[in-house]
Design a protein around this ligand. Structure first.
Ligand code: SF4
Length: 326
């Protein structure tokens, strides 16, 4: 798998690609994605992380470049923002994570910093360093309290539930808010959900149960179909009654509010010229740059440095996908 280092000098913008950089969905929460790498191979991974056949290239973004661009976007939005460090991989594989958190904390108008992790690479020392650097909340994936099932779902023979539970306790004992974030996979880990709610209560943590979803490129558990949002919501409501814990969460529960968004620079179906920069995150894709954004160009055979004519297919949330315009 090719690893692409994104620096200011690379000329690769940090807006426009789903896999790395900064994502603004028009709220006061900005997603910051410094890496695409992951150390696990979860059987239900919605982005198929760690599958070189699906993702021939990996990306890592220079911390200073990321901080400079983030600062500009926060200034543009003009409101206090939460920064959510997430990834299409595992955030703790990013070697500059603590320094990145420190740098974000120093930006005026940052009110909170949260991150998602599978927890496997965390240690007591790293939790302490993140606490000192200024992280406000860690969303920790725990999908089962049965050690065999937890390891099986992780796709990693070395996965240790005991280690994750120790990390959960360390976070809970620190000033960092812990949120336990299981994926509820119908007919697979149903029985684990009430147990995880109890664990959250015991640790004085929040819990955010996520719905199992499948997409064209996700890893799917054979024979298991996702349920509808309506059914998922009903099941959460029923479990709320049983456990006395609020489980059906909304944007408001996460304190997310609407805010001005970066304007789109290209319209759907618009034909533009862009300069190819590097391979894309998906197979047979290249990343091109134009007007300060990245565009992922499907079925592109042009080499880096070439100018191409492309047609924009998607521009939602300033994430651009295109095809060759011929
Ligand atoms: S679900 Fe998360 S931890 Fe698991 S393989 Fe995907 S990105 Fe990695």
């Amino acid at each position: 798998m090719e690893l692409i280092h994104i620096t200011r000098e690379s000329g690769i913008p940090l807006i426009g690609c789903i896999a790395f950089g900064i994502i603004d969905r028009g709220t006061d929460l900005l997603q910051v994605r410094p890496t695409t790498m992951c150390n696990m191979h979860c059987r239900f991974c919605s982005v198929s992380a760690n599958s070189p056949d699906m993702h021939p290239a990996s990306f890592t973004v220079d911390k200073d470049y990321l901080l400079e661009e983030l600062k500009k976007i926060i200034e543009f939005k003009g409101v206090e923002c939460e920064i959510n460090l997430d990834s299409v991989g595992e955030i703790t594989t990013y070697s500059q994570l603590t320094e990145l958190v420190k740098g974000i904390k120093a930006i005026p108008k940052v009110k909170r910093i949260s991150m998602q992790t599978n927890g496997t690479l965390l240690t007591g020392e790293k939790v302490y360093a993140l606490e000192k650097a200024g992280i406000s909340q860690i969303n920790l994936s725990i999908n089962s309290l049965d050690s065999k099932q937890a390891a099986d779902l992780s796709g990693c023979s070395t996965y240790s539930l005991d280690h994750i539970l120790q990390i959960a306790k360390m976070i809970a004992d620190s000033s960092i808010q812990l949120l336990i974030a299981p994926v509820w996979i119908p007919k697979v880990n149903d029985a684990e959900m009430p147990k995880l709610v109890e664990l959250a209560k015991k640790l004085n943590a929040k819990i955010g149960i996520q719905k199992y979803e499948t997409y064209r490129y996700s890893r799917k558990i054979k024979g298991i179909k996702p349920i509808t949002f309506w059914k998922f919501y009903q099941q959460l409501k029923a479990m709320e009654k049983e456990t006395g814990t609020k489980l059906a969460l909304t944007k408001e529960d996460f304190g997310i509010h609407k805010a001005s968004r970066l304007p789109a620079v290209f319209e759907e179906r618009e034909k533009i010229q862009a300069v190819v920069k590097c391979p894309g995150w998906q197979k047979a894709q290249m990343i091109a740059a134009a007007k300060g954004v990245c565009v992922s160009v499907n079925k592109c055979l042009a080499e880096a440095g070439k100018r191409v004519r492309i047609k924009i297919l998607e521009n939602k949330n300033n994430i651009y996908v295109a095809e060759m315009a011929g």
